[in-house]
Design a protein around this ligand. Structure first.
Ligand SMILES: *Cc1c(COP(=O)(O)O)cnc(C)c1O
Length: 431
């Protein structure tokens, strides 16, 4: 089989509805193709232009109250705060700037645990949270808290009745993510919010993957704390926000960063003014695009899925078939070694179902939690579609994946046996 050209302009093979490679067309794609938008997103040019003046000219410290340099910076930061708040459906005063969703998660969970210590020491979360939540909970456990980690079903959903059953007299916080970064599954946040409210327990959601991708309102969800990250929605890295409810109830937090008492004492440190401006602009842009972009990404995702399923057998869709982020497709390719497939997809930026720790390659704990074995987890790929991706790119990626997986499977005796009807380690049927 001829190798794929790797030049900057590349002719792609069109795939018809049956997945058959039909004919060369004149569609072109530029390599490398970025299809990993759950890991990070580029700063949109419009966002960058909004940030630009706040580096060299409007460089003032928003905490400087005695001159116009400070006032100009403060005005920009407050406008940005209002833009973020508008997207979340909250008051500007309820937004605390942070260095990202990691810090927002730390501040929410540790801040609540410290502030409500007298009320209790029990927290409820799920097994598939981001490390920023899981590791924060683990640290609190070492410091005397108790944590219930709820399992998820095979689509990655937490059962709200499990949440209700886990509630104890000493439960102080429920923390469940809005959308999973690996499998894209959306959680029933509004249902969990109702339960939390009924029991008078604070509810935090890590919405780093959700904000800007789908519409949301903190009151519809009845969340009390919500974490967001700028670089997941076309803003700058190192910038995030925590929503902290001010009324009904008024949430109190013990700050985790001590210093000059910025952010009404909730998070000290001179603000990253260009970062705030960029996050605000990214939210305003995302809000405009919420009219069209989710539907466009959903169509692209279904196009990619249809193409893969017509061109290959023994695939498994990881995550929920419909309750998932529009741009997320996570697929296990049975009888294919994940790393080999990634290597074969040079020029296409996607993620695998493995996490490289310092010493070993571990299968994703999220994929294990939805019932995959380690082998299948390693044979998984996450496609993260975003603003830059086109139909041409989607078709090109599908064709490359089909070609590579087919080639790798041709070397697999297990795949041959499965085709002959031999039940290999209870493998997947074509599904
Ligand atoms: C990316 C991500 C985070 C971490 O956000 P940073 O801003 O990179 O610290 C936390 N939670 C989820 C679900 C994420 O996807």
């Amino acid at each position: 089989m001829s190798s794929w050209p790797t030049g900057p302009r590349d002719v792609i093979i069109a795939i018809d509805a049956t997945g058959a490679k039909t004919q060369s067309t004149h569609m072109t794609v530029t390599l490398p193709i970025y299809m990993d938008h759950m890991a990070t997103t580029p700063v949109t040019h419009e966002v960058f232009e909004a940030m630009r003046p706040y580096f060299c000219e409007r460089f003032g410290n928003p905490a400087s109250r005695s001159h116009s340099f400070g006032w100009v910076a403060e005005e920009a930061v407050e406008q940005a705060r209002a833009q973020v708040a508008h997207l979340l459906g909250c008051k500007a005063a309820e937004i605390v700037w942070t260095s990202g969703a990691t810090e927002a998660n730390n501040l929410a969970i540790k801040g609540v645990a410290a502030a409500y210590r007298e009320k209790g020491r029990h927290l409820i979360t799920s097994q598939i949270e981001h490390h920023a939540v899981l590791d924060t909970c683990r640290r609190l456990e070492r410091e005397g808290c108790e944590v219930t980690r709820l399992p998820v079903d095979n689509s990655g959903r937490v059962d709200p009745t499990d949440v209700e059953r886990a509630i104890r007299k000493d439960t102080i916080l429920i923390s469940i993510m809005a959308a999973n970064n690996e499998i894209g599954t959306l959680q029933p946040i509004a249902e969990i919010g109702r339960i939390a409210k009924r029991h008078g327990i604070l509810f935090h959601t890590d919405a780093a993957q959700y904000v800007g991708k789908l519409p949301l309102a903190v009151d519809d969800w009845q969340v009390d704390l919500l974490s967001a990250s700028a670089h997941k929605c076309y803003g700058p890295k190192g910038m995030g926000a925590l929503y902290v409810r001010m009324t009904k109830p008024r949430v109190t937090l013990v700050p985790q960063m001590d210093g000059g008492g910025h952010e009404k004492g909730r998070r000290s440190g001179t603000l990253n003014v260009p970062g705030c401006v960029g996050f605000g602009a990214a939210c305003a842009l995302a809000e405009r695009e919420l009219q069209t972009e989710p539907a466009r990404l959903l169509a692209l995702r279904e196009r990619l899925r249809d193409a893969l399923w017509s061109g290959l057998d023994y695939l498994r869709l990881n995550g929920h078939p419909t309750e998932r982020l529009p741009g997320n497709l996570n697929v296990s390719f049975e009888f294919v070694e994940g790393e080999s497939l990634l290597m074969a997809l040079k020029g296409i930026a996607v993620s695998s179902g493995s996490a490289c720790t310092s010493a070993t390659v571990e299968p994703s704990y999220v994929l294990l939690a939805i019932g995959l074995n380690a082998e299948l987890a390693h044979a998984s790929i996450r496609f993260g579609l975003g603003r830059s991706n086109t139909e041409e790119e989607t078709d090109y990626v599908a064709a490359r994946v089909i070609e590579s997986a087919t080639r790798l499977r041709a070397l697999s005796p297990l795949y041959e046996m499965a085709l002959d009807g031999i039940d290999v380690k209870g493998g997947l049927r074509a599904c």
